[in-house]
Design a protein around this ligand. Structure first.
Ligand code: 13P
Ligand code: SF4
Length: 340
């Protein structure tokens, strides 16, 4: 059983004791030096967290960074499966997650007992899992992929290889289309990308005829089919800041717009709409649980801290290492990671 160690269990009560006169950014910086910590942040984190992080990246960038860091502490500003990856890859580091409840709907959709049945029903299939899953699911998998390297990894597998893919059915369907495979898909979805609405999107595109649409492959097909570019968060960021054009509709979690705006302040980025025509659906409620105060307390108290039993860690490490080995160096070159 994976533990997120929280010995002072109510973090919110702890944060009420924070001296309102302290400068939280300065205090986090002090702790970063004192504890030889590195702060890793996903693009879906709030702007203030992205701004204080040492590195901001997509799931592949952050896994690589966690594997190679020589820091003593990794303060992981993202969700739990990401912090678990950091611990699996860097077991000697202290890995903290600002909010222990920062989960993921994909991870929640895929419980190990049910996944074992899925595997058993497809005995001669290779088990390919999206990184958005628990360490237990990773341990039951042959290879892990992220949205940055999934196609490249699938293309390396023998043509007739039967594959089961979980837990994201939209990413799986997109990959089936892109690779010509017929992977059997686990029926999980991301609650953020699932809420974009085609009808409202078409209305928005009609009002902004020169805007390009960039979309994450966790979106359903009816959204992806309108996109000018489909890719991981980092790939979307690169396209939206480098492709020609000045207006982009962004069909992924909207906090990535912060990096887009930092890199290209003169461009316009519009979050894709949900069924009520607003962009409110484009917020990941799990990612939003982290904030600067919780980051400060996590670094100070070293809780919530990720601990993984060694046997489970070693089983989950194998498919993660396979992913890193099968990912060519030119996928997400390291120099492109944003450094604070
Ligand atoms: P990437 O940043 O790897 O594209 O993943 C997106 C995501 O949903 C993370 O939870
Ligand atoms: Fe999970 Fe979706 Fe949130 Fe990413 S955006 S952490 S896939 S719920």
């Amino acid at each position: 059983m994976i533990q997120t160690v929280v010995d002072k269990s109510d973090i919110n009560v702890i944060s009420e004791t924070l001296d309102p006169f302290i400068n939280i950014e300065e205090e986090i910086d002090r702790l970063r030096k004192e504890k030889n910590a590195v702060i890793l942040a996903h693009y879906y984190q709030s702007a203030e967290i992205q701004d204080i992080a040492n590195f901001v990246g997509d799931s592949l960038d952050l896994s690589r960074k966690a594997a190679e860091t020589d820091a003593d502490m990794i303060a992981f500003c993202g969700v739990k499966f990401m912090a678990e990856c950091a611990k699996i890859l860097s077991p000697d580091k202290t890995v903290v997650l600002p909010d222990k409840d920062a989960g993921c709907s994909l991870e929640e959709s895929c419980k190990p007992d049910n996944f074992k049945v899925f595997k058993k029903n497809h005995p001669d299939h290779l088990v390919l899992s999206y990184v958005n899953c628990s360490a237990e699911i990773k341990a039951l998998s042959d290879i892990i992929v992220t949205s940055s390297n999934a196609k490249i990894i699938i293309d390396q597998l023998p043509k007739g290889q039967k594959i089961i893919f979980g837990p994201d059915k939209h990413l799986g369907a997109y990959l089936n289309k892109e690779t010509g495979r017929n992977m059997v898909l686990w029926p999980g979805t991301c609650i953020v990308h699932e809420q974009f609405n085609e009808r409202e999107l078409i209305k928005l595109m009609t009002r902004h005829p020169s805007a390009s649409l960039v979309a994450h492959p966790e979106c359903p097909e009816e959204i992806l089919k309108h996109a000018n570019h489909v890719g991981s968060t980092r790939s979307i960021l690169e396209y939206a800041t480098k492709a020609s054009g000045t207006e982009f509709i962004v069909a992924t979690e909207q906090h990535i717009i912060h990096q887009m705006q930092l890199e290209t302040p003169d461009r316009t980025f519009i979050p894709a709409p949900g069924s009520d025509g607003t962009c409110n659906c484009a917020n990941c409620p799990y990612m939003a649980l982290n904030d600067l105060e919780k980051l400060y307390f996590a670094m100070l108290n070293e809780i919530p801290r990720i601990e993984i039993p060694e046997e489970l860690r070693l089983s989950a490490l194998k498919p993660l290492n396979k992913m890193l080995d099968m990912t060519p160096k030119n996928v997400n070159p390291a120099s492109k990671i944003v450094a604070a």
